[in-house]
Design a protein around this ligand. Sequence first.
Ligand SMILES: Nc1nc2c(ncn2[C@@H]2O[C@H](COP(=O)(O)OP(=O)(O)OP(=O)(O)O)[C@@H](O)[C@H]2O)c(=O)[nH]1
Ligand SMILES: [Mg+2]
Length: 252
Amino acid sequence: MYVIFLIGTAGSGKSLLTSAFSDWLRMKRQDVISVNLDPGVRHLPYAPDVDVREHISLDEIMERYMLGPNGGLVLASDLIATEIDSIRVEVEEYNADYVVVDTPGQMELFAFRQSGLYIANELTSDPKAILYLFDAAFSSSPLNYVSNMFLATAVRNRFFLPQLYVLSKVDLLPSKTVNEILNYGRRVGALENAIERELTGSTRLMSRSVMRLISSLGLSFSLIPTSSKSERGFISLHSFLMRIFAGGEEVI
Ligand SMILES: Nc1nc2c(ncn2[C@@H]2O[C@H](COP(=O)(O)OP(=O)(O)OP(=O)(O)O)[C@@H](O)[C@H]2O)c(=O)[nH]1
Ligand SMILES: [Mg+2]
């Protein structure tokens, strides 16, 4: 099984990409399951094969421990770790080619708490990769783009798994803007120019320093442009994943 975790800021398109990319893989005759790790989600655009909400009830936790929605979610996320053995059995029973894992809306619950790392490690021992989503509309400002670089680097620093960077929802932007964002990832100079052009004062100074620091770590952010509405970019996404998982070989 190849396990793909989708991580990104709130509303960046994780759930719809889980749905659309799983459907696309199924169309390619791959055996795929989707896993929902968000205990707080009310509606999903897909029917998860494995759903953490069947193990943990956010409402019950809020009630029992008298917590608000955020405190409840924090506790719920930590409690998933205690259920991981039965979740693993469920996942392994499917013995699918791909396991696409949708993570909680508030990315810090999964990405920055110890329980998230534990869950990622314990879910299965099969090969894993992370798709980190840059929301296209959000990332078109160089300030937000740099914030996303920072978050993506923090995720990498936490999991140390192979990580791909996805520019999500590109159908919402004109292609000129999409290309500008892609250039930020291709050439540090393009991002630097945008920072100089569009930002001022200490925001400019800080963004430039953070960008240089991250570049000096040797991390590159070649974003794969995708749309879950049009399936744009799914072929590239799949081939990058194959490069990670199977050295270019198809699963079947
Ligand atoms: N046009 C367009 N809209 C998208 C795309 N992907 C997601 N959306 C929309 O963006 C909104 C958020 O998408 P979700 O998939 O729920 O994002 P998420 O990251 O799972 O959100 P949370 O789990 O709440 O943090 C929804 O209204 C989606 O329909 C896309 O590729 N194109
Ligand atoms: Mg979601």
